[in-house]
Design a protein around this ligand. Structure first.
Ligand code: ADP
Ligand code: ZN
Ligand code: ZN
Length: 750
C-alpha cells in the first residue's frame, strides 16, 4: 500500500508555512514515524533540505505523477514527540508564528553535537582534613576559599563551573588548591552526573500544616485523575521550595517526572544544591550556558528516563519527559517568562497547555504574584494557597517613605534624603552593609539643556543618550557615541548637564559623603558577562564592600545576611514608564528591594524616596501588602480594560523605510477596522478596541523604524481570529523590507 507523509519544511518563510506532501519510499515504510526529522528534495532544483513529519496517511492530496519521495531519515536529527507537534500547533495559533518557528521553539535542542569536556573538582583529602583547612581559611578571612572548602566538606565533588561561577572562586585559587593537593580536577567527556553525592542527602523537613495541606491537595487531585493549577502566594523564606520538593518526590515515587522553572537570574547555587541533595543525580540543570550538544544530551537523558527532575529557565519547559507529573514555576511573576522573540509565548500559559496535554499538575509560586495569576486564582481557575510565616528567621524591615518634594522645599538638593544619609552613616559606623537601589538601567542620566530643554538623542534610535565617565554620550540600544557637547546644539547655551543620577553618579556621591567607604556597583555596564554578575554579588556577600549600588538586577537572587539597610533612590523612575504594567512592576521591584534588608539576625530598615509618596504602589510596597496592592490595581485594569481583566494584542511593524512602515501599519489597522468585531453597526460599542497605529515608544532602533497598534478585547479567541486574518493578508502581500510580529498580552510597550 502506498503511504504519504505531510512534512513541514525547515525554512522560516510565511509562504512555505504549510505541510508539503511526500511519498514514503518502500524502504522507509515501516521505519518512518510522525515527528521524525527527514531529508526531502525541495523546489525546482530538488535541493535536499530538512523537514519534520507532522502526519502520515494513505491518501495522495497532490498530483501522483509529480509527488516526490522522501530521501531519507536524518540520523542524529532531533525528532519530536506527538505532543510536541500538538503543542507547536497550539503555540502557532495562540501567539502567531510560522509552524516551523513554533516547532523549533518546542524542540529545545536543535542538533546533536559532539559532547564537550566537563571538569569536576573532587576533594583529595578526608572530610575532617577539609574541615580543619576550612577553619584556617576562615581565620585568615579567605572568604571565597572558605566557601569552596565548606562545600567540599559537605560533598566529595562539585562541577567546575559552579565554583568559578556561582561560588565566585577564581580559577587561580582553584589551581592553588590543586597544587597543594587539597583537590583534584577531573575531566569527563559527558554531562552525566554533574554532582556525585555521598550519604549527604538533605534531611526531609517535617512540613508545617500549611505546607502539608498544599502538597496533599496537589497529590490527591492528581491521583484522583484531575490534576489542577495551583498558586502558592508566600513571601521569600515561607517554605515554597520545600513544598515543591515534597510534591516532586511523591510524583517521582509514582514513576513521574518534574520540570522546575526558575528565572535564570534566580537560579542560584544554593537552590540547585538543595535539589541535588534531595534527588541526587536524577536531577539535571538546563541553562543558557549549556552548549547545544549539552542540551541535546539532557533531552536524550530525559527521554530515556535517566533523570526525573529538570531545573531551568523558560526553555526547560520543553524537556521531553515521557511521563510528566508536575510542572513547577517559581517566581511566576517574572518578566523573563515571556519570550521576546517570535513566537512570543508566555511560559505560564504554555505550561498550562503542556500540563493539559500530558495530564500533569501545574504549581505556580511567588511572593508577589502576577496580576494574571492572582486574578485567575480569585476567579477559581487556579487554586490559591497562602504561606504567611517566614521560616528562615529575620523580620520584615521597617520601611519609611520620604517625600523628595519636601526635601527640596527644605533646602536639601542632594540625591540622598537626610533620613537616608543618617541611616547610611549609622550602618557604616556599625560595620553593617547597605544596598542603594536605582530602579532604572545603566547610567541613565541623560543630558539636556536647561535653557531650551533640548535632550541629546541618538540619531539612529530616538532614545536619549547617556553620559559616561569617559565624557562621551552613548546610546544604550545601538552603542552609538559622540563627545559631550560644550554648548547646546540647538540654542548655544552652555548650561547643559545631566538631569538625573545614574548608578555611577550615586557611587561618586556616596564616596564624597563618606570618604573611605568601600562601594560596589552593579548595572548593565559592570555586568556584561554572567561571571561578572556573580563576582560582584560574591564580593559583596564576602564583605568586600560596605555599600552595593545597583539597578533592578540586585534585587534578585543572593541573600545578604549582613545587609540591614536598603535605600530606594527614586521609586518614581519605574512609575514613569508608559505602559499599563508600570505600577505592578514598581510594586514588585520595591517589595523585593525592601525585602533585601534584614534577612539575617539583625533587624533591617528600608527607605523609599519618592516624589509620589501617596501612590498606591509605593504605599502597599512599603507595607509589604500584596493583596492591598492587587485590590487597587485590578480596579484600574478592569476600568481601563487591560489584561488580565481583558486581553491585548500588539501588532508590531518593523520597516527599513519610514513611510512604507507607517503605510503598512495604516493598511493593517484598516483591515482590522473592517472586521465585524470593530465595525459593529448598531451595537453600543464594538467588541474590539483599536489603539493607534503610531510610531513605537522607541521609534527607531539600528535604523529600523518601528510602528505598533494595539487591540483590546475581553475574549482572547477574537484576538486570535484577527491575528489569523492579518497573517493571511500579510502572506499575500509578499513583504520584502517590512516585518510584522504579534505580541499577545505584551509585557512591555514597544
Ligand atoms: P521559599 O521557597 O518560599 O523561599 P524555602 O522552601 O526555601 O522558602 O524555605 C525557607 C527556609 O526554611 C529554608 O531554609 C528551608 O530549608 C526552611 N524550611 C522550609 N520548610 C521547612 C519546614 N517545614 N521545617 C523547617 N524548615 C523549613
Ligand atoms: Zn538649548
Ligand atoms: Zn542608537
Amino acid at each position: 500500500m502506498l503511504a504519504y507523509a505531510d512534512i513541514i519544511v525547515d525554512i522560516s518563510h510565511e509562504k512555505l508555512d504549510r505541510p508539503f506532501q511526500y511519498r514514503i519510499p518502500e524502504q522507509l515504510l515501516d521505519k518512518l514515524e510522525t515527528g521524525m526529522c527527514v531529508a526531502i528534495p525541495f523546489g525546482a532544483g530538488n535541493k535536499l533540505i530538512q523537514g519534520y513529519v507532522v502526519g502520515i496517511g494513505t491518501e495522495c492530496k497532490f498530483d501522483p505523477d509529480r509527488i516526490k519521495d522522501i530521501a531519507g531519515i536524518v540520523k542524529n536529527g532531533v525528532g519530536m514527540e506527538h505532543n510536541s507537534i500538538a503543542l507547536a500547533a497550539w503555540i502557532r495559533r495562540n501567539y502567531g508564528s510560522t509552524m516551523i518557528q513554533a516547532l523549533k521553539t518546542v524542540v529545545p535542542a536543535k542538533q546533536s553535537v559532539k559532547k564537550l569536556e566537563h571538569r569536576t573538582i573532587v576533594r583529595n583529602m578526608t572530610a575532617e582534613e577539609i574541615t580543619s583547612l576550612l577553619g584556617e581559611a576562615l581565620r585568615k578571612k579567605q572568604v571565597a576559599k572558605a566557601r569552596l572548602l565548606q562545600e567540599l566538606s559537605a560533598q566529595e565533588s562539585i562541577p567546575y563551573e559552579w565554583i568559578t561561577g556561582k561560588l565566585g572562586v577564581s580559577a587561580q585559587a582553584v589551581r592553588g588548591l590543586e597544587k597543594t593537593g587539597v583537590i583534584k580536577i577531573v575531566s569527563t567527556t559527558s554531562f552525566r552526573n554533574p554532582v556525585h553525592l555521598e550519604n549527604h542527602a538533605e534531611k526531609r523537613k517535617q512540613l508545617s500544616p500549611g505546607q502539608q495541606e498544599i502538597a496533599d491537595t496537589v497529590m490527591k487531585e492528581y491521583q484522583e485523575g484531575h490534576p489542577g493549577t495551583y498558586l502558592i502566594h508566600g513571601i521569600t523564606g515561607s517554605g515554597k521550595t520545600e513544598v515543591y520538593m515534597d510534591i516532586i518526590e511523591r510524583m517521582v515515587a509514582l514513576g513521574k517526572q518534574a520540570i522546575v522553572l526558575i528565572p535564570e537570574i534566580a537560579l542560584t547555587y544554593q537552590t540547585l544544591l538543595r535539589f541535588y541533595r534531595r534527588f541526587g543525580d536524577r536531577v539535571s540543570v538546563m541553562n543558557s550556558t549549556l552548549s547545544p550538544g549539552e542540551k541535546y544530551d539532557q533531552c536524550e537523558r530525559a527521554k530515556n528516563g535517566e533523570i526525573d527532575v529538570i531545573i531551568g529557565p523558560r526553555s526547560a519547559l520543553f524537556t521531553p519527559f515521557p511521563n510528566l507529573g508536575v510542572i513547577v514555576m517559581d517566581e511566576e511573576h517574572e518578566g523573563s517568562y515571556k519570550s521576546e522573540s517570535t513566537p512570543k509565548y508566555h511560559a505560564r500559559e504554555t505550561a498550562m497547555e503542556i500540563a493539559r496535554l500530558s495530564g500533569a499538575s501545574l504549581v505556580l509560586g511567588s511572593a508577589t504574584p502576577s496580576l494574571e495569576a492572582y486574578f485567575r486564582a480569585q476567579n477559581g481557575e487556579y487554586r490559591l494557597f497562602t504561606l504567611t510565616e517566614r521560616l528562615t528567621g529575620g523580620r520584615l524591615p521597617e520601611v519609611s517613605v520620604v517625600d523628595l518634594r519636601q526635601e527640596l522645599k527644605e533646602g536639601n538638593r542632594s540625591i540622598f534624603s537626610r533620613k537616608l544619609q543618617s541611616l547610611l552613616a549609622d550602618r557604616l559606623d556599625k560595620g553593617e552593609q547597605s544596598i542603594l537601589f536605582l530602579n532604572r538601567r545603566g547610567y541613565a542620566g541623560f543630558i539636556s539643556c536647561r535653557a531650551c530643554g533640548e535632550v541629546m538623542k541618538c540619531p539612529h534610535c530616538d532614545v536619549s543618550l547617556s553620559e559616561h565617565r569617559d565624557g562621551r554620550l552613548r546610546c544604550h540600544y545601538c552603542n552609538y557615541s559622540e563627545p559631550k557637547p560644550v554648548n547646546c546644539p540647538k540654542c548655544g547655551s552652555k548650561y547643559i548637564s545631566g538631569f538625573r543620577a545614574g548608578t555611577q553618579q550615586i557611587e561618586e556621591k556616596v564616596k564624597e559623603l563618606f570618604p573611605g567607604v568601600r562601594t560596589l556597583r552593579m548595572d548593565g555596564d559592570t555586568t556584561k558577562t554572567k561571571e561578572s554578575y556573580e563576582q560582584i554579588l560574591s564580593a559583596f556577600s564576602n564583605g568586600e564592600a560596605d555599600v552595593l549600588i545597583g539597578t533592578q538586577m540586585i534585587v534578585k537572587g543572593h541573600d545578604f545576611p549582613n545587609v540591614t539597610l536598603v535605600g530606594v533612590l527614586a521609586a518614581d523612575l519605574s512609575l514613569g514608564a508608559n505602559d499599563y504594567r508600570c505600577a505592578e512592576r514598581t510594586f514588585q521591584l520595591l517589595t523585593q528591594a525592601v525585602g533585601r534588608a534584614g534577612r539575617g539576625e539583625k533587624p533591617g530598615e528600608a527607605v523609599i524616596q519618592t516624589y509620589q509618596p501617596e501612590h498606591y504602589a509605593v504605599v502597599h510596597a512599603a507595607a509589604q501588602d500584596f493583596v492591598g496592592f492587587y485590590n487597587e490595581e485590578i480596579l484600574y485594569r478592569e476600568m481601563a480594560e487591560y489584561p488580565p481583566a481583558s486581553h491585548m494584542l500588539a501588532v508590531q511593524i518593523f520597516a527599513k523605510n519610514e513611510q512604507a512602515g507607517a503605510g503598512l501599519a495604516d493598511t493593517l489597522a484598516g483591515l482590522v477596522k473592517q472586521t465585524p468585531l470593530l465595525s459593529a453597526a448598531g451595537k453600543k460599542r464594538p467588541e474590539v478596541v483599536l489603539l493607534g497605529p503610531s510610531a513605537a515608544t522607541i521609534g527607531k532602533i539600528n535604523d529600523i523604524f518601528r510602528f505598533v497598534f494595539y487591540l483590546k478585547c475581553a475574549k482572547y479567541d477574537k484576538l486570535v481570529s484577527i491575528k489569523d486574518m492579518l497573517e493571511e493578508k500579510i502572506q499575500g502581500m509578499q513583504l520584502k523590507s517590512e516585518l510584522v510580529q504579534f505580541d499577545f498580552d505584551p509585557m512591555n510597550t514597544m
